[in-house]
Design a protein around this ligand. Structure first.
Ligand SMILES: *[C@@H]1O[C@H](CO)[C@@H](O)[C@H](O)[C@H]1NC(C)=O
Ligand SMILES: *[C@@H]1O[C@H](CO)[C@@H](O)[C@H](O)[C@H]1NC(C)=O
Ligand SMILES: *[C@@H]1O[C@H](CO)[C@@H](O)[C@H](O)[C@H]1NC(C)=O
Length: 274
């Protein structure tokens, strides 16, 4: 009796194992089939752009497929397509998508992508696509940068102290937050990057204004130079430069000397007049 039940138990265990193997063998689960990408477009210049979410499904996943898209740190999804229902745009994507767009003319892929009409800066960010079924869930990230060119990049010098010169660079109307760099132009490819600059950035009306300034010792400059300011948008190749020329005071003739010489001259002139 005991022997028999043990035997049937083993048989059941064996069957279960075989079943499981066959089942898991069939279940290839959800698979994302694309590389993560960064899309960079200029504000107000594109009619549309597509954020796709390429995947492969197993048969089990097809019974309960849900596609959701999330934007940056928002825990609430901005898009949802429950297979069998109409897709929906939510929050920042409301009225910004063509919901009729067909990403791929296959039943389980039709509404997986976001078709963004006239993308603008505020839609920039990290988009995460979540593909889920009762069996599995996979996510896929795409980064979107909708940039705005600066309305102004100015660089100039200001003589605030006798033995130093201050280089100032200002950028306005740019999006997203830029990186500013000052350097001295040279004939070789080597740039003398000027480190330690003070930087101020402010945000208003959907864009950034930033200034950077650095005080440089006149003694560190030998001859006329060109100060270059480069305003860059991180994660892109976009750089907006401008430059200003500067001629340091004659080396070897301290300004104090020439000033006192002028004063002496003036005094002499005054004395003569008297
Ligand atoms: C982006 O474009 C929109 C529409 O063309 C415009 O209203 C908005 O001011 C632009 N944003 C920036 C930061 O330039
Ligand atoms: C470069 O800077 C100068 C002086 O500040 C300014 O007049 C000029 O418009 C700037 N050029 C660009 C392309 O921003
Ligand atoms: C440029 O930089 C490289 C590496 O830092 C250095 O070997 C080279 O001598 C520099 N060239 C000039 C002209 O300063």
């Amino acid at each position: 009796m005991f022997k028999l039940s043990r035997k049937s138990f083993n048989l059941a265990l064996c069957l279960a194992w075989v079943c499981l193997t066959i089942m898991t063998g069939q279940t290839t689960s959800i698979e994302i089939v694309g590389d993560e990408v960064i899309q960079v477009v200029e504000n107000g210049t594109e009619e549309y752009l597509v954020l796709d979410c390429p995947y492969e499904l197993s048969d089990q996943d097809k019974t309960s497929l849900v596609i959701k898209w999330y934007h940056t740190n928002n825990p609430v999804n901005v898009y949802q397509w429950i297979h069998g229902n109409k897709p929906q745009a939510i929050g920042i994507l409301e009225d910004r998508l063509d919901l009729e767009y067909v990403a791929k003319d296959e039943e389980y892929h039709r509404h997986r992508a976001l078709y963004v009409i006239k993308p603008t800066t505020e839609l920039s960010g990290e988009y995460t696509c979540s593909v889920s079924s009762f069996e599995d869930e996979k996510t896929y990230i795409q980064k979107l940068i909708v940039y705005s060119k600066p309305s102004e990049v100015s660089v100039w010098t200001d003589k605030r102290e006798e033995d130093t010169v201050t280089v100032i660079c200002k950028v306005d109307g740019i999006y997203p937050e830029p990186e500013l760099m000052l350097h001295i132009a040279s004939d070789s490819d080597n740039k003398t990057i000027l480190a330690g600059a003070k930087e101020v950035k402010t945000w208003s009306h959907g864009s950034y204004m930033a200034t950077i300034e650095l005080e440089i010792d006149e003694d560190d400059l030998d001859g006329p130079v060109e100060f270059v300011c480069e305003v860059a948008i991180p994660d892109t190749d976009l750089v907006f430069p401008n430059a200003t020329k500067y001629e340091p005071m004659m080396s070897g003739v301290p300004r104090t000397y020439s000033t006192s010489a002028t004063i002496l001259g003036l005094a002499a002139l005054l004395l003569c007049l008297l």
